[in-house]
Design a protein around this ligand. Structure first.
Ligand SMILES: NC(=O)C1=CN([C@@H]2O[C@H](COP(=O)(O)OP(=O)(O)OC[C@H]3O[C@@H](n4cnc5c(N)ncnc54)[C@H](OP(=O)(O)O)[C@@H]3O)[C@@H](O)[C@H]2O)C=CC1
Ligand SMILES: CC(=O)C(=O)O
Ligand SMILES: [Mg+2]
Length: 754
C-alpha cells in the first residue's frame, strides 16, 4: 500500500541527496590547534586510557560509551521484507540510529553482521561490548533471534535488547491495555488471535500473558496455520510453549468470535471476511511493515465498531516500536543498567499507556488537528512526535531499573532527571514537526512563482504528496509539461494546476488592482499590464492579494532583492511590523535565531528594537525563551567603533517599551554566545545565559555571517524566513534545494493559518 505522502523516487532521492545515507559522526571536542591534538590524541589520550585500565567504570566519564548503542542486524527479517541480507538492511539500521538520536539523544551506530550462523553472529557481537553502553538487536529472524539474544545476555554485562521482540511487545501491550479499557473488556477474558509466531509475535504474546491475558485465550498462527497442541510441522520450542488445545486449523477459523487480533506476519494475511466474524468492537493491530495484514479502510468497510492500529505513520494509532526503543535505552543508559529486565519493560508499557489517557497539551493537539487526539478508538497510543514521551518513558524505565536492583548508577533527584530529559529534546525540531503536522491538517493552496524550473516542479509534487496543500505552478504549460516528461514526472505531476501569466484570463483584474496601488507611484496602466504578464512574482502576488492562492513561494532564479521588489509592489507589510529575514541555526545542541538577514541595510535603533521584538516572539512560538543580544564588533563600547551608538541605543528603546524578554548589547558573538566569557568580562550583562536571538547590526554583517554559517557551520540552517508581510510569501535562496522549497511552502501555509 503506497504512502500517499511520497513516491518511490522521493524515498530514493531522500537517501541519495547530499551525503549518501542518513548518518555521520561528528566530534564533540575541538581539534583545531596543536594543543587540541596533543590532548585528544597522543600524548594526552594516554591519561584517560590509564584511568580506565585502573577502573573500567571510568570509561563512562572519559569516552562516549555511556551514550552509545549499537544497532546490530544480520538482515534475516528486515521489516516484513524477509531475509534481504545484511547489506540491504543498512537503510533500516541507519534509520533506527537516527531515531535513537532524534527522539532520545542516544548515539546509535549501525553494524550489519554478514552471517546467518548463530555462533558466528554471537561471537562477533560478544567481543564488541566494551565499545557500547547497550546493544539493540534488530530484524533478526526467529527462532535464531531467541538463541542469539539469550546467549548475548549471558555473555555481556550491558543491556542486550532485541527491539523487534521487546520494543514491539511493549508498544503492542500498551495499545492493548488501552483498547481493552475503551471496549470495556477485562484482560483475563480477552480472546486474542496472533498471526505470526516469530520474533515480534512470540514476545508480544509473552508480555500480554504477563499482564494478564490467559494462556488458553491466545491462539497463534504461523505460515502453516494454527499452532495447536500436537502439531509437529514447522514447530520449535518457542512456538510449542504457546500451543493450545483447539480444533481450529486456519487463521479464518481462529478469528471467529475473537476479541483482539495481533498481526506480526506479512502484508494482506487478513481478509475483511475474517474481521467480519470477530466479536463486537474488535481490536485489530495489523503491525506488519511496511504493509499491514489488512488496511484500516478494509477493516472499516466491514466493521465500523473496530479499533484499528498499524505500524505505519500515515494512519491513526501507530503501534510501532519507535515509541519504545529510544526511550527505553535512554532510561537504561542513564542509570547504567546491567540489563533491560521485565520490570523495566512493564514500566515502559504502563507509562506509554497512561500517557495516551492523559489530556493532550494544546500545542500537540492543535498540531495534529486532523486527527482526534482525545483518548478514544482513534487515539489509543501517543503519537511518535509527542514531546512528553522523552520524560515519561525513560523516567519510568530508570525507576524500574533502580527498584529491581539492576541500576549501577541510581538517580538521586528524579525531578532534576526529568528536567534533564526535557532539555535533551531539541524544541525547534519538535516544534517544526508540529508546525508541519498542523499544515498537513489544514492544507492550503500555494503558488510556486517559478513553475518552469525543474526543482520547483519536483518541490510542487513533493509538497502535494506530503499533504501540505495544493500547488499551482506559474509558467508556460508546454514548457512545464516538457520538463516533467524529461524528468519522468509526467504521471506524478500530470494533474498539477498550471497558470500561464501570459495567457491568464485573470490578467485584467490583476492589472486593475496593481494600477490602483501604483498609479500615484509612477506606473501607467500599460506598465501594470506588462508587469502582470511578464513578472511572475507580480502575477503570483496578485493571485495572493486577490484570494486566488493562499501563499506564494519564489526566489530560486533571481536575487532576493529582485524577487522582493516584484512582490512588494503588490503585498504590503503587516501593520506595525517590520519586513525582515530570519534564520534558524541549530548547531551543537543549541538553536539560535538570527535577524534581520534580508531587508534593512543599516537599521536605526527603533528598527533594531522592532526586529528584536519580532524575532523574540518567533523564538518563543518555537518553544525557546528568548535572550536577545544586539550584535556588534565591539562589546559595551569596547573598543569604540563608528556607527555602534545606534546599537547601544536600541537597548534603551527596548527599555522604554517594557518588553517581557531579556536583551542587552551591544556585544560581539564571542560574548553573546559564550556565557563564561560574558560573565567574566561583563558581569553587569543582563542576559541570564548565552544569547539565543542575535539581532544583526546591518545587512552586510548578516549576509556574511549567514553565508559563513551555511557553508562552514556544520549545523542545520533554516531560512532565511521572510517575516512581516501582510500575506504569506516565502523567498528561498537562489540554488535552494527541493527540500528547502517544500519547507518554505509549508511555512508559508503555516503563516496563512495565523
Ligand atoms: N509494528 C512494529 O513495531 C513491528 C512490526 N514488525 C513486523 O512483524 C513482522 C514479523 O517480524 P519478525 O517477527 O521480526 O519476523 P520473523 O521472521 O521472526 O517472523 C515472521 C513470522 O511470520 C510468519 N509468517 C510468514 N508468513 C505468514 C503468513 N502468510 N501467515 C501467517 N504467518 C506468516 C512466519 O511463520 P513461520 O514461523 O511459519 O515461518 C514467522 O512466524 C514483520 O512484518 C515486521 O515488519 C516487527 C517488529 C516491530
Ligand atoms: C518496526 C520494526 O522494527 C519492524 O517492522 O521490523
Ligand atoms: Mg525491526
Amino acid at each position: 500500500m503506497p504512502d500517499k505522502r511520497m513516491t518511490e523516487e522521493d524515498a530514493l532521492l531522500f537517501h541519495a541527496q547530499g551525503r549518501p545515507g542518513k548518518l555521520e559522526i561528528a566530534p564533540t571536542k575541538p581539534l583545531t590547534t596543536q594543543r587540541d591534538l596533543s590532548l585528544a590524541y597522543s600524548p594526552g589520550v594516554a591519561v584517560p586510557c590509564l584511568r580506565i585500565a585502573d577502573d573500567p567504570a571510568a570509561a563512562y566519564d572519559y569516552t562516549a560509551r555511556g551514550n552509545t548503542v549499537a544497532v546490530i542486524s544480520n538482515g534475516t527479517a528486515v521489516l516484513g521484507l524477509g531475509a534481504i541480507g545484511a547489506l540491504a538492511s543498512k537503510p533500516v539500521m541507519e534509520g533506527k540510529a537516527v531515531l535513537f538520536k532524534r527522539f532520545a539523544d542516544v548515539d546509535g551506530i549501525d553494524l550489519e553482521v554478514d552471517t546467518t550462523d548463530v555462533d558466528e553472529f554471537v561471537n562477533c557481537v560478544r567481543f564488541l561490548g566494551k565499545s557500547f553502553g547497550g546493544i539493540n538487536l534488530e530484524d533478526i529472524k526467529a527462532p535464531e533471534c531467541f538463541i542469539i539474544e539469550q546467549r548475548l545476555r549471558e555473555l555481556m554485562d550491558i543491556p542486550v535488547f532485541h527491539d523487534d521482540q521487546h520494543g514491539t511487545a511493549i508498544i503492542a501491550a500498551a495499545g492493548l491495555l488501552n483498547a481493552l479499557y475503551l471496549t470495556g473488556r477485562d484482560i483475563k477474558d480477552c480472546k486474542l488471535v496472533v498471526n505470526g509466531a516469530g520474533a515480534a509475535a512470540i514476545a508480544c504474546v509473552e508480555l500480554v500473558k504477563a499482564l494478564g491475558v490467559q494462556h488458553d485465550n491466545v491462539v497463534m498462527c504461523d505460515s502453516k496455520g494454527v499452532i495447536y497442541q500436537g502439531r509437529s510441522e514447522g514447530m520449535n520450542q518457542w512456538k510449542s510453549a504457546h500451543a493450545v488445545k483447539t480444533k481450529d486449523r486456519t487463521l479464518e477459523e481462529a478469528m471467529k468470535g475473537a476479541d483482539a487480533f495481533f498481526g506480526l506476519s506479512v502484508k494482506g494475511a487478513v481478509t475483511p471476511k475474517m474481521v467480519e466474524e470477530m466479536a463486537e468492537k474488535p481490536i485489530i493491530f495489523a503491525m506488519a511493515n511496511p504493509d499491514p495484514e489488512i488496511t484500516p479502510d478494509e477493516v472499516k468497510s466491514v466493521r465500523k465498531d473496530a479499533i484499528v492500529a498499524t505500524g505505519r505513520s500515515d494512519f491513526a494509532n501507530q503501534v510501532n516500536n519507535v515509541l519504545g526503543f529510544p526511550y527505553i535505552f535512554r532510561g537504561a543508559l542513564d542509570v547504567r543498567a546491567s540489563t533491560i529486565n521485565d520490570e523495566m519493560k512493564m514500566a515502559a508499557a504502563q507509562a506509554i499507556a497512561s500517557l495516551a489517557r492523559e489530556d493532550v497539551p494544546d500545542e500537540v493537539a492543535a498540531a495534529y488537528g486532523g486527527m482526534k487526539l482525545v483518548f478514544g478508538p482513534e487515539y489509543i497510543i501517543p503519537a511518535p512526535f509527542d514531546p512528553r514521551l522523552i520524560v515519561a518513558v525513560p523516567a519510568a524505565v530508570a525507576k524500574a531499573a533502580m527498584d529491581s536492583g539492576v541500576a549501577h548508577k541510581p538517580i538521586i533527584d528524579m525531578e532534576a532527571y526529568k528536567q534533564e530529559l526535557q532539555e535533551r529534546l531539541d524544541p525547534t525540531a519538535s516544534m517544526l514537526n508540529l508546525i508541519f503536522e498542523k499544515v498537513r491538517s489544514n492544507p492550503r493552496r500555494v503558488a510556486f512563482a517559478e513553475g518552469e524550473e525543474e526543482r520547483v516542479i519536483r518541490a510542487a509534487i513533493a509538497f502535494r504528496n506530503a499533504g501540505y496543500g495544493k500547488p499551482v505552478l506559474i509558467g508556460r504549460e508546454d514548457r512545464i509539461k516538457q520538463t516533467m516528461d524529461q524528468l519522468g514526472l509526467a504521471e506524478a505531476g500530470g494533474d498539477l494546476e498550471i497558470f500561464n501569466a501570459r495567457l491568464s484570463h485573470r490578467n485584467n483584474r490583476y492589472a486593475d488592482f496593481l494600477y490602483n496601488r501604483m498609479a500615484r507611484k509612477g506606473l501607467m496602466y500599460r506598465d501594470c499590464q506588462r508587469l502582470v504578464k511578464l513578472d511572475r512574482n507580480v502575477f503570483a502576488s496578485c493571485m495572493l492579494a486577490l484570494g486566488d492562492t493562499d501563499a506564494v513561494v519564489s526566489g530560486t532564479t533571481r536575487t532576493f532583492s529582485d524577487t522582493f521588489e516584484g512582490i512588494s509592489r503588490v503585498i504590503d507589510p503587516r501593520a506595525g511590523e517590520q519586513v525582515m529575514g530570519l534564520l534558524i541555526v541549530v548547531a551543537r545542541g543549541r538553536t539560535i535565531f538570527v535577524a534581520d538577514t534580508s531587508i534593512h541595510e543599516l537599521p536605526d535603533s527603533e528598527t533594531l528594537a522592532d526586529i528584536a521584538e519580532q524575532t523574540a516572539d518567533f523564538a518563543r512560538s518555537l518553544g525557546h525563551e528568548p535572550r536577545v543580544a544586539f550584535m556588534s564588533a565591539s562589546s559595551f563600547g569596547n573598543p569604540v567603533r563608528a556607527k555602534a551608538d545606534r546599537i547601544a541605543e536600541a537597548v534603551k528603546v527596548l527599555d522604554g517599551r517594557k518588553v517581557d524578554f531579556e536583551y542587552d548589547g551591544e556585544m560581539s558573538p564571542s560574548v553573546a554566545l559564550n556565557h563564561d566569557h560574558m560573565k567574566r568580562l561583563y558581569p553587569f550583562c543582563r542576559l541570564s545565559h548565552s544569547a539565543n536571538v542575535l539581532v544583526m547590526p546591518g545587512l552586510h554583517t548578516a549576509h556574511v555571517s549567514t553565508r559563513l554559517l551555511q557553508e562552514l557551520g556544520g549545523g542545520t540552517v533554516m531560512g532565511p524566513l521572510l517575516m512581516g508581510l501582510a500575506k504569506p510569501v516565502q523567498i528561498v535562496q537562489t540554488g535552494a534545494s527541493v527540500n528547502d522549497l517544500v519547507n518554505a511552502a509549508a511555512l508559508a501555509v503555516h503563516d496563512a493559518l495565523r
